[in-house]
Design a protein around this ligand. Structure first.
Ligand SMILES: [Zn+2]
Length: 174
């Protein structure tokens, strides 16, 4: 496994133009926006993001198009919003991007295509793209499928909910 963070801050568009392709591992510490959205790592724990970035020049009708394919995996820990205990979440990114001339073109064409559009900019680095995509891959509300330790229930919650009784009546119907 190769770990190098040199590529993180390179401007992506020229790198892709030059036929860039890379498979690497980046520590969560180098993805501060992602790290901020997660619980801090415990002492001695490391979180590594494995990613693969591939550029591709496509020629539909001889119109040259520059594409990027980003795949990434990262295990993070967030707080379950039901039981408030930490939970592991496996983030996975697999997205295709196409470079367009500028931001205006990106806005104009965005609704008509499945791929994501990128406009060249010095601030468009692998780090910004990777962070954006990992953040997007996070659940809106992190929740265990089944919580091990449900929150202690208050006496009120033990009473049947009025709608629960209604649901029972409905089920009784033929
Ligand atoms: Zn939970």
């Amino acid at each position: 496994m190769k770990t190098s963070d040199k590529l993180l801050t390179l401007e992506l568009q020229p790198w892709a133009m030059a036929g860039g392709s890379a498979t690497q591992t980046t520590s969560l510490a180098h993805l501060p926006r992602v790290a901020q959205a997660c619980l801090p790592l415990s002492e001695g724990e490391t979180a590594l993001c494995e990613w693969q970035l591939q550029s591709q020049l496509r020629h539909p009708d001889t119109l040259k198009q520059l594409w990027l394919h980003l795949q990434a995996r990262l295990d993070v820990t967030q707080t379950c919003q039901r039981c408030l205990l930490p939970m592991k979440i496996a983030l996975a990114v697999d997205r295709h991007f196409r470079f367009v001339a500028d931001e205006a073109t990106a806005l104009a064409e965005d609704d008509d295509c499945d791929e994501d559009l990128l406009s060249p900019a010095p601030e468009l680095t692998l780090q910004s793209l990777l962070e954006d995509e990992l953040l997007l891959a996070m659940p809106l509300i992190p929740r265990h499928t089944t919580c091990d330790t449900p929150l202690p229930q208050s006496p009120d919650q033990d009473l049947p909910h009025p709608f629960a009784a209604l649901a029972g009546l409905k089920l009784g119907k033929p």
